[in-house]
Design a protein around this ligand. Structure first.
Ligand SMILES: Nc1ncnc2c1ncn2[C@@H]1O[C@H](COP(=O)(O)OP(=O)(O)OP(=O)(O)O)[C@@H](O)[C@H]1O
Ligand SMILES: [Mg+2]
Length: 407
């Protein structure tokens, strides 16, 4: 660790490759196990491939990319929670990381105990924490709940406390993965103000987000990760524009599948969106819509689980239902046919959305067929005129009631 606020490099990522082992479903009998040569099968999945960059002290860097492009993996490597298979990472500054929701919190302990625990993990002494304690609780706004076990906290409350600790341990380098999106708008604004302070103090920020505008407004630089490699690294406005354009471009080339993986023993041959019996690629919010997945399995497959993901163009997942959620998984399936999933009165706000489809084994680990960007569809204004956010919660507003003195 070097001295505070000095220029130079805050962090160096040097030729980092990170692979995961994807285990196929476990052998269900001794016979299968022996047939497999006494091992369970696995594949290597490359989540990051030869990633190199360095972050200067005082820089604010935004990391963008599709779901599964390796952003969280990269941050975990930087936070030294994961070890790269190749390459290495050097951190030159005092670092704090806000990664997964609730990571680092002990469920049974109170907010107070977790503040002490967390801050000491981040390198603060007990006295120092005690001196900062009130400020931390003030920032979190959780006075009433500070002696309650954190297992009773909402996700927004978790984030408040975690952020309050991270920002108050005085890090020179702060890594944040997405999670601030969980907080409410007031808290998000408070965090943004902190980021601005942070930057003016010459500290360093690395932020993963799906929100291009945050990157444009707050970052000096953007890095676009695409399937584990750096696709672009440069001016935030340029990188965000190009990223957004390629996404739109991919959708414009009708029917072009983004990517496909899996062993293909059962495949989704086609997807359809139906309103009534009519195939559509746009509908109104409030419509009843069926997603039809046509499949084909030349030979019997065991316990196939069908699932779909609906996400925004920016990659935020709206919903991800599967046939396993409803206990509708056949022991085996062979031949061709289709599976329908129906959504009544779809509450999506007007925008363009992406549909991804997947068939996996029962354990959801073994992928038979995964189609990223199976198709896109447009939702147009119908039942609601709302345009922000992803869904409408069908609000019922009351008109102003005068004369209650603002109470
Ligand atoms: N522990 C793990 N074991 C196996 N595969 C993993 C593991 N962690 C991540 N992966 C895989 O590595 C890839 C990158 O995942 P990662 O979470 O880094 O993506 P991401 O860019 O953060 O995505 P998102 O936008 O959805 O948060 C994904 O395909 C994911 O399935
Ligand atoms: Mg992630």
């Amino acid at each position: 660790m070097t001295d505070h606020h000095s220029a130079g490099s805050a962090l160096t990522v040097d030729n980092v490759t990170k692979t995961f082992r994807i285990h196929h479903e476990r052998a269900s009998s001794l016979k299968q196990y022996i047939a497999a040569g006494g091992r369970n099968h696995y594949e290597e999945f490359v989540a990051l491939r030869n990633v190199s960059f360095s972050v200067d002290a005082g820089e604010a860097v935004g990391i963008i990319g599709h779901n599964g492009s390796g952003k969280s993996t990269l941050l975990k490597c930087m936070a030294q929670i994961l070890t790269p298979n190749e390459g290495h990472i050097e951190v030159h500054k005092k670092m704090a990381a806000l990664l997964e929701l609730g990571a680092g919190f002990h469920q049974e302990l109170s907010g107070r105990d977790n503040v002490f625990l967390n801050a000491s993990i981040l390198g603060m002494g007990r006295k120092e924490i005690a001196a900062r304690f009130d400020e931390i609780v003030d920032f979190s706004g959780l006075h009433e709940f500070i002696d309650t076990p954190v297992k009773t906290y909402s996700s927004g409350m978790y984030v408040r406390l975690a952020f309050a600790v991270a920002i108050n341990v005085d890090p020179e380098l702060l890594l944040i993965d997405e999670i601030l999106a969980v907080g409410d708008v007031t808290f998000q604004q408070k965090c943004m103000e902190k980021f601005v302070d942070f930057r003016t103090q010459g500290r360093t920020l690395v932020l993963v987000t799906h929100d291009g505008n945050t990157v444009r407004e707050f970052c000096d630089r953007a890095i676009w990760l695409d399937r584990g490699v750096i696709r672009r690294d440069g001016d935030p406005a340029d990188v965000v524009d190009e990223y957004t354009e390629t996404m739109l471009g991919a959708e414009a080339s009708e029917g072009a599948e983004g990517s496909r993986r899996g062993d293909g023993r059962i495949k989704i041959t086609r997807t359809e969106l139906l309103v009534g019996d009519v195939p559509v690629d746009r509908f109104r919010n409030g419509d009843d819509v069926t997603v039809r997945l046509h499949y084909e399995a030349p030979a019997p497959v065991q316990k196939p689980v069908f699932s779909i993901t609906i996400s925004s163009l920016a990659g935020a997942v709206v919903t991800e239902p599967s046939t396993r959620d409803v206990g509708m998984v056949p022991d085996t399936l062979v031949g061709s046919g289709h599976v329908d999933v129906r959504f009544d009165a779809v509450p999506l706000v007007a925008s363009r959305y992406v549909l991804h489809t997947e068939i996996t084994g029962w354990g959801r680990q073994h992928v038979y067929d995964h189609v990223q960007n199976a198709q896109t569809f447009d939702v147009i204004a119908g039942e609601t005129k709302e345009i922000h956010g992803l869904v409408t919660l069908r609000p019922t507003w009351s008109p102003p009631i005068n004369g209650t003195g603002g109470r």
